[in-house]
Design a protein around this ligand. Structure first.
Ligand code: MRU
Length: 363
């Protein structure tokens, strides 16, 4: 999507330097810093330190990591050790393992001499496919927004609420939850988005930055405001992303998503999840019992990063000295709280029957 009139993806290949370039998201929304990722350790750091983040983007980045590994040493032993090295960088988003498995299964039967070029080509394909998947999620989600708009009194915008950043920064382009928003805005539908700040890392600020850049009306709110807004009829639809969705439609997403789903249910607000198919973990059914939840650095809760009036980016402590933090990074929303799953193939009920109807190859 565009930033100040220039089109960006969240990662791209530099043919000049023969290296992957990423937007280092730790500095957004205040500074747009581009970084080259040139070693395997760089790849691991980029994912685990959340320079790149968001389930689809983590997957695409890992595919480029496998390409680097094959350029350095295309043996079977290195194929396996690169898989293991990258797989342990973040535990919850299934796209990481999906991309690593896809690379390994594709490269393994090939002669070693062909693997480096094939791995890079596959990484480009995975990145391009992600863009297409998200574009189609946008087209499908647009229809839901259009229906809501048709039933609104004249002059009233469709009111959406989102949590975290399931935007273009979390994917290669378009985003998942934001893609229907961008499509609806471009189709001339009057809409307004409530953006949860999403403590502790405030990924909502990334969503707000994307919406500002695209000219979509929005308001940045505290995480606790959503329930109140729903009680007062100020939210027509919630759309969030997902890091792993089980075969029966339980959705694991950024911590706090579950509370939004409960509030939506209590207030009769439709709760939709934008779901690219690589985010479905077909091996898992019960999300609460089976999905590993990442426990992140406690400093993320006791400190907060922001920009001072003179433009310096600083981190300050918000909790008392000696108070321990607790930092589960994701939670699971059970399928009965989910109105529907917006996939690249259409909209599905959050049930095994619904998902396998759209993806019969996994039935
Ligand atoms: O910890 P993060 O910032 O990687 O978490 C991101 C999310 O939870 C997103 O909502 C999810 O990955 C969907 S991204 C299209």
């Amino acid at each position: 999507m565009k930033v100040n009139g220039t089109h960006y993806r969240s990662l791209w290949w530099s043919n000049t330097d023969n290296v992957l370039e990423i937007i280092d998201q730790r500095w957004l929304p205040h500074e747009l810093r581009v970084q080259q990722v040139g070693t395997m350790q760089d790849f691991a750091n980029a994912i685990s330190e959340m320079r790149v983040r968001g389930a689809p983007l983590i997957g695409a980045t890992a595919a480029y990591g496998m390409a680097l590994a094959m350029a350095e040493d295309s043996s079977n032993a290195n194929l396996d050790s690169a898989w293991t090295f990258l797989e342990k960088t973040r535990p919850t988003a299934i796209n990481l393992r999906w991309a690593l498995n896809r690379c390994r299964e594709y490269l393994r039967p090939m002669p070693e001499s062909e693997r480096a070029a094939a791995a890079l080509k596959l990484a480009h394909e995975i990145a391009d496919e992600d863009v297409e998947i998200n574009r189609n999620i946008g087209v499908n989600g647009l229809e839901i927004i259009r229906q809501i708009a048709a039933n609104k009194p004249a002059g009233e915008p469709v009111q959406l609420l989102t949590h975290c950043n399931a935007g273009w920064l979390a994917t290669v382009d378009w985003g998942t939850a934001t893609s229907p928003m961008f499509h609806a805005h471009d189709a001339g539908i009057d809409l307004h988005v409530w953006v949860d700040e999403t403590r502790p890392r405030n990924q909502g600020a990334l969503t707000a930055w994307e919406l500002v850049s695209h000219g979509v009306p929005h308001t940045y709110i505290t995480d606790n405001a959503g329930g109140h807004l729903m009680q007062h009829g100020q939210v027509d639809m919630v759309i969030v992303g997902t890091d792993r969705t089980t075969r029966r439609g339980d959705v694991c997403n950024k911590i706090g998503t579950y509370l939004k789903a409960l509030a939506a249910k209590d207030n009769g607000v439709p709760f939709y999840v934008a779901l690219p198919s690589p985010t479905i973990d077909w091996t898992v059914s019960d999300g609460v019992a089976e999905i590993p939840i990442e426990q992140r650095n406690l400093r993320e809760t006791t400190h907060i990063q922001g920009k001072t009036d003179d433009g310096t980016i600083v981190s300050v402590q918000v909790s008392p000295d000696g108070t321990p933090g607790g930092n589960p990074a994701f939670d699971v929303t059970p399928n009965h709280l989910v109105t529907g799953l917006i996939t690249e193939r259409g909209i599905s009920k959050a049930t095994e029957a619904g998902l396998t109807e759209l993806f019969p190859e996994f039935a």
